[in-house]
Design a protein around this ligand. Structure first.
Ligand code: GRF
Length: 171
């Protein structure tokens, strides 16, 4: 059965944009910020877009997702910690995109830290569990390390965009 996705964002939404190419799978975009540039992308694509209140009412959010028939959540640059109760109440899959070869470099500034340590760069998509950037790894891609951090970051972000599109197209 095809999944009905909600994509959760907080910022630029470049990964959301990559996924919107196949937008019949994406039923809803959820943003933690009214300032997120990604909102413009979802609105332009005509996808219903929800801006979360502060503080987030996780119970209410779960009900809204249910009313949209959502059975899969893709966290694509969503910068809020998801509470355990939300994860257990949600009837479906929750996956996250992370710009490192997990379990190495969870958390923030992963690309910068791996680059400074001269460790391999890459991207991961993993199941979401209460512990941040942990959970079963579903797919990973290694990317080339170039001379500068900026150009290496660029390759990581390109790889993220390809990967999210592949994952969402397959499900
Ligand atoms: C991506 O690098 C994602 O892996 C990280 O935050 C960034 C979000 O980028 N967690 P965007 O909002 O999709 O452009």
């Amino acid at each position: 059965m095809k999944k009905k996705w909600a994509v959760f964002i907080s910022g630029t939404g470049s990964n959301l944009n990559a996924m919107l190419d196949i937008r019949e799978n994406i039923r809803l975009v959820v943003s933690s910020s009214s300032q997120a540039l990604g909102i413009l992308k979802s609105k332009r694509a005509g996808v219903p877009t929800l801006i979360l209140p502060k503080p987030i009412d996780w119970n209410q959010l779960n009900q809204t997702l249910e009313s949209f028939g959502i059975n899969a959540i893709f966290l694509a640059g969503f910068m809020k910690i998801i509470p355990e109760s939300f994860i257990s109440d949600f009837k479906g899959t929750i996956i996250n995109l992370h710009p490192s070869l997990l379990p190495d470099y969870p958390g923030l500034k992963s690309i910068e830290k791996a680059f400074q340590d001269q460790k391999p760069l890459g991207v991961s998509v993993h199941q979401v569990i209460p512990e941040v950037d942990a959970g079963e790894i579903l797919v990973q891609r290694r990317t080339e390390t170039l001379q500068s951090l900026e150009s290496s970051e660029f390759l990581v972000h390109l790889s993220e965009q390809r990967l999210v599109r592949e994952v969402i197209a397959k499900c």
